[in-house]
Design a protein around this ligand. Structure first.
Ligand SMILES: [Zn+2]
Length: 366
């Protein structure tokens, strides 16, 4: 009796151990569910969708030149296309295979050198985890000179070019010298954002304000990065909403910016809604709160809008940036009076000046 109890216990223990290790193994392996490719004149982006975070390594091989990305503890879903041609000067082909039992290998045929590609993980959005691989023009250059060197020839773009010497005081220059600042004009390209009663599209004033602000900051000696200089999407198309927002976040994170300022216009069904709001991430630092508040107050001082307060939010761009960040709603494009301000040169310049003053105040108190 005692012996059978002993054996029974052993069997129980063994079963338990087996079950545990099975559960453990199952939770360790990520499934690679999809491989997507997007492409524009600047770069190719290859995205691998996974159902959990994946550890990866990359290395380059020659003849033919290719970059290999190994995804560890990963299994390839059955329905994935194993080989895709890419019609780009930056990469010609991508292949994916179950290289070993627990390693999925992605091979990209590409001629770009080490400085021409970048591989990074993305958390957030509907897909639990993604590994993005960019090939091509991946550096985020500081905003160009006042004479402009835009690669686009659309008349829309040239009309937004800012050719002005701003009158900037010495204090602002000493405070801003060498500061790294990312400006994110909201929306753009395929995404117009909110539209006002006379047809003003959110993406236009946000860009005009952003370009004026960028120029003022640059003339103050700051190192300025802008997520877009023209009426364009930021991520290579086609892109999901999250990828578009992540592309903006990337500019801030990869340039190691000191602050990130996203410029938007508010909108509501009722035309009477009005005012300016400064948002920062709900778990953001006190510096994020200060940045949001000072910029909002700077704008109100310039354009005389109603103060809707400094509020917390979960907006993607303030949540995923690694530095103090704010999303500013300058005013309501749905409000006829405020739409008129946002449409005018004077309103655009004053809004930019208000943000600028808020940024100077922020850095002078650090
Ligand atoms: Zn917006």
């Amino acid at each position: 009796m005692r012996k059978s109890l002993y054996i029974f216990s052993l069997v129980c223990l063994f079963t338990l151990l087996c079950m545990q290790s099975m559960v453990f193994a199952a939770s360790e392996t990520a499934t690679i569910k999809n491989l997507r490719i997007s492409n524009n004149s600047d770069k190719v982006r290859i995205v691998v969708d996974a159902d959990k975070e994946v550890d990866y390594q990359s290395f380059a091989l020659s003849s033919p030149d290719r970059v290999v990305i190994d995804l560890n503890d990963a299994a390839l879903a059955k329905n994935i296309e194993k080989e895709v041609d890419i019609n780009s000067k930056y990469a010609s082909k991508v292949r994916v295979a179950q290289f070993k039992d627990n390693v999925v290998r992605v091979v990209v045929e590409t001629n770009v050198k080490k400085s021409g590609y970048d591989i990074f993980g993305i958390v957030g959005g509907e897909t639990p985890y993604r590994v993005a691989m960019d090939f091509g023009n991946i550096s985020y250059a500081a905003i160009g000179s006042t004479t402009g060197s835009s690669t686009s020839s659309s008349s829309n773009d040239t009309s937004y070019r800012v050719n002005e010497d701003f009158d900037i005081d010495k204090n602002a220059k000493s405070v801003l010298k060498g500061k790294r600042i990312t400006i994110d004009p909201g929306h753009g390209g395929s995404d117009s954002g909110a539209i006002g009663p006379t047809g003003v599209r959110e993406k236009d004033p946000t860009l005009r304000i952003g370009l004026n602000l960028a120029e003022m900051l640059k003339q103050s000696g700051a190192k300025v990065y802008i997520t877009r200089k023209t009426d364009t999407d930021v991520a290579p198309q086609p892109a999901t909403d999250v990828e578009e927002l992540q592309a903006r976040v990337d500019v801030g994170n990869k340039t190691n910016s000191d602050i990130f300022v996203s410029i938007h216009l508010d909108s509501f069904t009722s035309p009477s809604a009005q005012g300016t709001t400064g948002y920062y991430y709900v778990n953001g630092s006190s510096n994020s709160e200060r940045l949001a508040r000072y910029i909002k107050e700077g704008v109100i001082e310039q354009i005389g809008t109603y103060d809707r307060g400094t509020k917390t939010s979960n907006f993607y761009v303030v949540k995923h940036t690694q530095m103090p960040a704010t999303l500013l709603e300058v005013a309501f494009v749905s409000n006829p009076k405020e739409e008129a301000i946002l449409k005018s040169d004077d309103g655009v310049k004053k809004s930019a000046k208000g943000i600028f003053n808020g940024i100077v105040r922020y850095f002078s108190e650090l």
